[in-house]
Design a protein around this ligand. Structure first.
Ligand SMILES: C[S@@+](CC[C@H](N)C(=O)[O-])C[C@H]1O[C@@H](n2cnc3c(N)ncnc32)[C@H](O)[C@@H]1O
Length: 197
């Protein structure tokens, strides 16, 4: 049985340092994606951000509108310690699924989708679509591996993911990532999905 993956569950994991997913820096596929973006004014959301190395990287490159959200405030405090001038009003402690009143041009995925109860996957696609501006993009990495069925990280594959995302997005890139970090090589898909109207 899957435990309830609520704030308490995640906050305790942060307090106990049970953060095996944390790679200690921006991942190569996302770094390389960010490096070719030219418009630094775009509004970006990183949901289930954890220590948010991607937000740190983007901020240091001059992206001004990077927002991050996590159920636990522990990793948000870590980011603020590492990057004191990261705008405090862009640090959102809360639930991605109930986030409203904000909209974004880009949503970044990395080991958040695999952390939620698989029953919420359809909702993840719907909520991402809702939070994106016209032509907005969902970009990042999804595991293409079986992983666990009773606790995170939960696995999945292309066929399964198509069901969730095709109703809401045009698939611009949906392929095995060629520049994954070593432990994730050939185990993750790079996605670049564009919002359908
Ligand atoms: C597996 S970790 C990944 C963290 C980060 N993306 C990384 O790659 O290092 C998943 C994160 O999502 C957060 N989380 C889980 N459910 C959430 C939700 N519904 N809304 C916002 N954050 C959530 C957890 O607190 C945790 O920090």
């Amino acid at each position: 049985m899957i435990p309830e993956l609520n704030t308490d569950y995640w906050h305790q994991r942060w307090l106990k340092g049970e953060t095996g997913w944390d790679i200690g820096g921006v991942s190569t596929p996302l770094k390389e994606y960010f490096d070719q973006l030219s418009d630094k004014k775009i509004k970006i959301l990183i949901p289930g951000c954890g220590n948010a190395y991607e937000a740190e990287y983007l901020h240091k490159k001059g992206f001004e509108n990077v927002y991050i959200i996590d159920l636990s405030n522990a990793p948000l405090k870590n980011l603020k310690k590492r990057v004191p001038n990261f705008p405090s009003e862009h640090l959102l402690t809360g639930d991605f699924f109930t986030l409203s009143n904000l909209s974004f041009d880009l949503i970044i995925e990395q080991t958040f989708f695999c952390a939620i109860n698989p029953e919420l996957r359809k909702n993840y696609a719907k909520q991402s679509h809702k939070l994106l501006n016209p032509n907005g993009k969902l970009v990042g990495l999804l595991f293409n591996d079986t992983l666990n069925t009773n606790h995170p990280p939960f696995g999945g594959n292309k066929e399964e993911y198509k069901k969730y995302f095709l109703p809401y997005f045009h698939f611009k890139v949906f392929a095995t990532s060629f520049n994954s970090i070593k432990p994730r090589q050939n185990r993750e898909l790079f996605i670049l999905f564009e919002k359908k109207e």
